[in-house]
Write a protein that binds this ligand. Structure first.
Ligand code: TNX
Length: 622
């Protein structure tokens, strides 16, 4: 009897294993509801994909994807197929015209062994396709794959799900921007905040003001990054530059549109504007001064002057920007504007009197208000960093809260929309991913994966009504210390996957253990195959720590599917020539002694984690 029970138990657990133990079926971001079923749908060269809206972005996306992945079938318009000949066996139906309603951007996916139905409209259909793609388990024979059975009902927590990229400090070409948009779309992010101008470079062609790019997109040299906190004060003596033409911008806007991503262009003002001032000194309060495009980081004191001439130019610039970007929002910056130049200016002193404002903060608010009026007159809305609260908020502005949540809370209390992006919430992806000195050069601070993951954008201190003003969340990628695409990807991944779950998944559906141990390892393998770089997390169960006692059990799992874990006990940093970890190891440490268990994880493609060090110490307990 006992044996039969045991056999049953083994059979049962084998089945569970075949189904996968993950309640989210491996999908990132975790869907709102998942009901797993037994069995799987087999994708074969005979599978037919029907749709009722062939000429839609979502369907085009799937067709392109299938072609790229080497599947032979394409998508068939069901209205062209005779009713009697519609064999639904071994088919996938993509239905825009489904019965019932779904929440905005929502979809329903039902996988049976002989048939798949995906219901969704527009973005909803697109996101259903992303989930479907994530569910495909390819086999070794091209064109064959399986999709596990189940029912998924899904829709996002927030309407604004953003990822930012600073292309001013370092420039990234159109191909890289497309690659960035691809990975955003795969994880259901829908807002790309493109930081196009800053002290160190102006990166968007403006026809009326050609010097913005002729002069403003080039810097003579760049400060060499600080190494482990020491400020080098050395320069690379290498000219640096780059910008996007109008055609390139249009190409990116279209590419994003086809992936249901809206682009929010940012034109920084009145601060972070040195590159523009180097091109057109008449935009500053002291046009006689010699300006050059920024070569170092930090906050420049040279800022736009709130003069009529500046407003005329900025309106004309923004007009061209709005021609290129069709979305509702124009980001006008507004952060970190030192008032030194305004304090020195007779014009500004007089303007304070004329406008009846208290001081230079009042002028900042006057500046943003005047720009907002123009942007609103063109049927668009502004977003600004939380400094736009200082001296009074422009009437219709949306606030991006970056210096903690205080600005966002204040703005929501004033009934303004808010996008949360606080560094303190792990949303600054220029911060280090661990406290180890082995992390590559970064701006400092600390935003490990679990910190990003655990962030909740809705502050409990707001009333239910005020909470409705939190329209979304975003992570920021400032690139002072990222000069290559590979470095940006290293800082982006896997943290962006955590951001996606913060932005999409209901708070109650989040579970860091399930995310990091059951889902992330497979996604990192997929990202590898798609040619992305990423930070290899240390093995699950490994960390820098000291444990005291005499008996220890080291139990690790790779954080990337298929990766090897190598270790040393001799104090040397481990590498692939050292012992490979294959199963839990028991240690007995004599009194008064300690052993360092140092581990590294190396993926099949050769990516390496940092070295983690578990110090097993029996000295304390002697
Ligand atoms: C602050 S966040 C800035 C950026 C820097 C960033 C570095 C914000 C609105 N301004 O100009 O690049 O810190 O983390």
């Amino acid at each position: 009897m006992k044996n039969i029970l045991l056999l049953l138990l083994i059979a049962f657990s084998a089945d569970v294993f075949a189904q996968g133990s993950d309640p989210n079926m491996g999908i990132i971001p975790a869907p709102v509801s998942v009901k797993k079923d037994k069995g799987e749908f087999k994708l074969t060269p005979e599978t037919i994909i029907f749709c009722d809206s062939p000429d839609t972005r979502a369907v085009h996306f799937l067709t392109d994807y299938l072609k790229k992945e080497g599947f032979v079938f394409s998508v068939t318009d069901i209205s062209l197929v005779d009713k009697k000949q519609r064999n639904l066996k071994n088919s996938i139906m993509l239905a825009y015209n489904f019965k019932g309603t779904l929440p905005p951007e929502g979809y329903e996916l039902q996988v049976n062994a002989d048939h798949i139905t995906l219901n969704g409209k527009n973005a909803g259909m697109f996101y259903g396709i992303q989930s479907l793609i994530q569910l495909i388990h390819k086999s070794n024979s091209p064109g064959f794959a399986t999709i596990p059975c189940g029912i998924i009902k899904d829709y996002p927590r927030f309407a604004y799900r953003g990822m930012h990229l600073d292309v001013a400090r370092h420039f990234f070409d159109v191909n890289f921007i497309k690659k960035y948009l691809d990975v955003m779309a795969a994880y259901k992010l829908n807002s790309f905040h493109w930081h196009l101008t800053d002290d160190q470079g102006w990166r968007i062609q403006i026809m009326k003001y050609p010097k913005l790019t002729d002069i403003g997109s080039q810097r003579a040299q760049t400060k060499i990054g600080k190494v482990h906190g020491a400020d080098s004060d050395l320069y690379d003596n290498t000219p640096y530059g780059g910008y996007y033409t109008r055609e390139m911008i249009q190409e990116v806007v279209n590419y994003a549109y086809n992936r249901y991503i809206n682009i929010i262009p940012e034109i920084e003002m009145p601060g972070h504007s040195l590159a523009a001032i180097a091109a057109y000194p008449e935009m500053s309060c002291d046009p006689a001064k010699a300006y050059k495009v920024g070569e170092t980081w930090g906050v420049s004191k040279d800022v736009f002057c709130p003069s009529d001439a500046t407003f005329k130019m900025l309106n004309e610039i923004l007009y061209e920007v709005m021609e290129l970007f069709p979305g509702k929002y124009i980001h006008i910056g507004g952060d970190e504007c030192p008032k030194d130049a305004w304090k020195k200016s007779d014009f500004c002193r007089q303007l304070i009197v004329d406008q009846g404002v208290r001081d230079e903060n009042g002028l900042q608010s006057y500046f943003i208000g005047r720009i907002e009026k123009f942007v609103n007159s063109q049927g668009r809305s502004i977003i600004g960093w939380d400094e736009i609260l200082e001296g009074g908020l422009a009437p219709n502005a949306t606030v991006m809260s970056w210096r903690g949540e205080a600005g966002g809370i204040a703005a929501a209390q004033l009934n303004h929309d808010v996008i949360m992006t606080p560094g303190s919430g792990g949303l600054y992806f220029d911060h280090a991913q661990s406290k180890s000195s082995q992390e590559p050069l970064n701006i400092g601070s600390y935003a490990p994966l679990y910190k990003t993951y655990n962030y909740d954008p809705v502050p409990a201190s707001l009333t239910k009504d005020q909470q409705q003003h939190i329209i979304g969340v975003q992570a920021n990628m400032w690139t002072e210390y990222m000069s290559t695409p590979a470095k940006v990807e290293y800082m982006l991944l896997p943290r962006m996957l955590a951001l996606a779950e913060v932005a999409w998944t209901p708070q109650s559906g989040k579970n860091y253990k399930n995310f990091s141990e059951e889902r992330i390892p497979h996604h990192l393998t997929r990202l590898d195959a798609q040619g992305y770089n990423y930070r290899v997390p240390v093995p699950v169960g490994a960390m820098d720590t000291t444990v005291t006692g005499d008996k220890f059990n080291i139990d690790l799992k790779p954080s990337v599917e298929g990766a090897g874990i190598f270790y040393t006990l001799d104090g040397y940093p481990p590498r692939e020539t050292d012992l490979q970890y294959t199963e839990p190891i028991k240690f007995s440490i004599p009194a008064g002694k300690h052993i360092d268990f140092q581990a590294i994880e190396i993926t099949p493609s050769g990516k390496r984690s940092i070295v983690s060090d578990i110090k097993m110490d029996n000295r304390g307990s002697k």
